[in-house]
Design a protein around this ligand. Sequence first.
Ligand code: RI2
Length: 314
Amino acid sequence: MEHLLETAQKIKSMEIRGAGKIARAAAAELRDYAERLPTDEINEFNEKMKQAAEVLVNTRPTAVSLPNAVRAVMRYRGETVDEAKKSIKKLADEFIANSENAVKSIGEMGARRVRDGDTIMTHCNSAAAISIMAEAHAQGKDISVIATESRPRLQGHITIKQLDRLGIKTTLIVDSAVRYFMKDVDIVIMGADAVTVNGSIINKIGTSQLALAAHEARTNVIIAAETYKFSPRSILGELVEIEERDSSEVISREKLNEFSNVSVRNPAFDVTPREYVDLICTEVGAIPPEMAYIIIKDFLGWGIEEINSNNQKH
Ligand code: RI2
């Protein structure tokens, strides 16, 4: 359990972060954990796997990719421990490979929407969104990017580093400057941690005000999201839980202790209504947000009964 707990801690502390990355890390951890389990007794094995799955799912509540990845691996079958381990390995490896391919396909599809000379605005750090920018750049389109710093965890710094390595001209701005610069922006491209059945996008805090500014300026907003970021449980009417992180990410404890009447709120995500989103780029096609139901129903591969009978969140 030690290695699994370490991975769980890395996801919690955001040493491993990004909705796609935490999903792949969880799938890989379940596979390796199964491999290491010493028992030959299938019931005990299954029980241990269930506990491990729960530990991983409980690390962060919002990115639906995490429970979706865990569930994809936990659909393993096997009469014996050996069979179960083989099945787990196959499912985990498949999930990871599909996920990597999905990010690539999204890049290829999304790049069609980027024109030569475009200025793109992005928020936080999304591998799927960057895949689109990287592909457009690789196709020889002369693009430049405006990237927000994305307080409080400054994932924008990861974005500018990645774009710089790709040779893409990038401008770093503070989050509160998004409306100021919107007049220079041709297209907004961001990622998602979750997409609900009504086409709402849950992404890094600040996404919705950026989308609102884009809507006001009639600038198109594209969301890059693999199908495993769509929330099956939203079909049952459930809301996606918004993670609220520690106040020390916003202000030091020492500084905060100087005050008697001040508290801090630190939601990590917000909800952008579908009206502000033009297109969601998934690996199975670029869809209007109104079509989220189809992705959940036809592409995620879970029947309503299975979603309903599963007590895990999302
Ligand atoms: P990819 C991140 O969350 C950001 O909100 C980002 O937009 C989203 O995950 C998707 O990222 P966090 O882990 O899967 O930084 O596209 O809280 O990389």
